[in-house]
Design a protein. Structure first.
Length: 183
């Protein structure tokens, strides 16, 4: 899947990003959201830049994940437009010393990149477990937010993926072609 994503042209990526944003904009939960977690596309991931741009135009605030300095393996979130640094993986992230940082439970919606997914909400990420550790609190029924939304190119669909007990389920998966409610 990563190889296939990497073969997309810039124009194909832009078209996919525009189609993705159209599929998101009409969702009632998106329209209600104020604080939105997004990511900077990497390795051929479907790019949420169109979503972020439209969200900020609509006075929503976008946040990017950043490696948490104390809680190892967890993320926290800094302003999308704030000062950035490269983390230990060489990925740009908000500079926690110069940004207002939020914990995961302060976000309304979090868009997460996927390597592959199935129709039941099984997902394959990059394997670091950062999102699962960060959002493990959602296993408790008392927590209703944030809504976790997987983003992918539609061709990243597979028949089935194993779901482990530590996997935090997605509420919905949105591609450039469909909105897939998970079971």
């Amino acid at each position: 899947m990563r190889h296939q994503r990497g073969q997309l042209t810039d124009q194909q990526q832009l078209t996919a990003a525009k189609n993705l944003s159209q599929n998101i904009m009409s969702q009632p939960w998106y329209q209600r959201a104020r604080n939105i977690g997004v990511y900077l596309a990497n390795d051929g991931e479907i790019d949420p830049i169109v979503i972020a741009t439209k969200a900020m135009f609509r006075r929503k605030t976008c946040f990017l994940p950043s490696l948490h300095p104390i809680h190892k393996g967890h993320l926290w979130f800094g302003n999308y437009q704030g000062p950035m640094i490269n983390n230990k993986f060489g990925i740009a992230e908000p500079d926690s010393k110069r940004n207002n940082m939020l914990s995961a439970n302060q976000l309304d919606v979090v868009f997460m990149p996927l390597v592959a997914f199935d129709q039941n909400g099984g997902r394959l990420g990059m394997g670091g477990g950062f999102y699962d550790r960060t959002f493990e609190f959602l296993h408790s029924t008392q927590h209703q937010k944030p809504k976790l939304v997987g983003l992918a190119h539609h061709f990243q669909t597979v028949d089935s993926l194993p779901i482990e007990k530590w996997d935090v389920p997605l509420s919905v998966i949105i591609t450039d072609k469909a909105v897939i409610k998970t079971t």
